[in-house]
Design a protein around this ligand. Structure first.
Ligand SMILES: C[S@@+](CC[C@H](N)C(=O)[O-])C[C@H]1O[C@@H](n2cnc3c(N)ncnc32)[C@H](O)[C@@H]1O
Length: 234
């Protein structure tokens, strides 16, 4: 894996195995994405295991950790191709500096020649609905996941916080219970995480949880559905 230093944030820009960038956070000893392929992981965990499992024409997505905007970018493009209208809400406690965003190669890798569309996600004002295309409205909220208000009727949660051993405070029982309540009846929550303790918290909140194959380099991941209430089952 090649490394480039970023003077702006102390983070390192790194190339992952599929040629797309990720960020490394030295203070946490943690990456934003899988080093086996950032775009590949995001497509697998959030687009294929999440977005592609829904069948509505209009959905509300809630993302935990907006970060580089990669999940939002893939959703914008994929939903656009499918003609799905999306209200995309994301919470982020530590927005990345724009000079770091400009260096990410997601525009080139995912949609060559469409860098402007990637950057538009980051240029969008915070704390308000910003239409970015015919069917995609972005609403970024700066703040702590544990204190933020969720939009009502969430159809799809992208749970993309740092790993539970790095950031245990955002993987907690009350949070999964609040998410469960805020979700639409057939809502789906998807995450790269496969930890048993996380699965049990989701189940205790009422979700029906599946362990499904993870992206390359990861045997399993979790997908939770609100339907089929099974509170307490482990
Ligand atoms: C694993 S990174 C993934 C980010 C993003 N989904 C991406 O693809 O770039 C986790 C993100 O969660 C953010 N974060 C950490 N703690 C948070 C908190 N308490 N509330 C909201 N966001 C948080 C981090 O700043 C980081 O951007």
């Amino acid at each position: 894996m090649k490394k480039e230093n970023s003077a702006s944030s102390g983070f390192e820009l790194q190339l992952t195995a599929d040629g797309s960038h990720t960020l490394y956070v030295p203070a946490l000893e943690e990456h934003y994405h899988s080093v086996n392929g950032a775009v590949q992981e995001s497509r697998h965990v959030f687009i294929e295991a999440g977005l592609h499992q829904l069948h509505q024409e209009r959905i509300t997505v809630f993302e935990v950790g907006f970060g580089t905007g990669l999940n939002a970018f893939l959703t914008l493009l994929d939903a656009g191709e499918q003609g799905i209208k999306v209200l995309y809400r994301a919470v982020e406690q530590y927005p990345l500096p724009f000079d770091m965003i400009r260096r990410l190669n997601y525009g080139d890798i995912v949609a060559p020649g469409n860098d402007a569309s990637f950057l538009s996600l980051h240029e969008a004002e915070w704390e308000r609905d910003v239409p970015l295309s015919d069917g995609f409205v972005l609403h970024k909220m700066q703040g702590d996941l544990n204190r933020c208000e969720f939009p009502p009727g969430i159809d799809l949660v992208y749970f993309d916080a740092f790993a539970p051993d790095k950031q245990p405070e955002v993987w907690n029982q009350p949070l999964f219970e609040r998410l469960y309540e805020a979700m639409a009846p057939e809502g789906i929550l998807t995450t790269y995480c496969a930890k048993g303790s996380v699965r049990r918290m989701m189940q205790a909140a009422g979700f029906k949880v599946e362990r499904i194959p993870g992206p390359p380099g990861k045997r399993e991941m979790l997908r939770a559905r609100k339907s089929g209430k099974n509170k307490g089952v482990v």
